[in-house]
Design a protein around this ligand. Sequence first.
Ligand SMILES: [Zn+2]
Length: 165
Amino acid sequence: MANDFGDADYMSEALKIATVRGSDPKLSPIGCIIVRDGKILASARNRVEEDHDPTAHAEIVAIRAATAKLGLPELRGTTLYSTLQPCGMCTMASIWAKVRHIVYGAGRADVHDMYFEDRHVNTLDFVADAFRDDITIKGGVRRFECASLYYRPGDNPPLEEQGNL
Ligand SMILES: [Zn+2]
């Protein structure tokens, strides 16, 4: 059954997951939860460094956990919450996974370019151009709380932390 949680409440849950090991931007504290019918199916944070896995973004880890839990390769009727606008890989994975709604906190303009793989391709366009017309994406939920976890535009993070280079 659905509960009284709204997007801001679910984003708070994603923020909790994101910061479970701290909130320093060096830790890439990105969190994701996947919700269906008011229930959290899966939650995950970025695990790239600890798993030595460049695909272990929070969204990918959560999608894998949710599909494993359901025993299905798709997540129809779900909402994926991420503290940061999903990158191209995670947006495409969400489309393939049949996620219904993508909701994110901080947007691309709120953070340093290091969180995105392409200079100009905006992942919002992936959703807009998808064959599926039942998928939506929106951002800005708890935007400032989420953005405070990441390197910002104009910051000068160490090159070794810039995973897109
Ligand atoms: Zn990603």
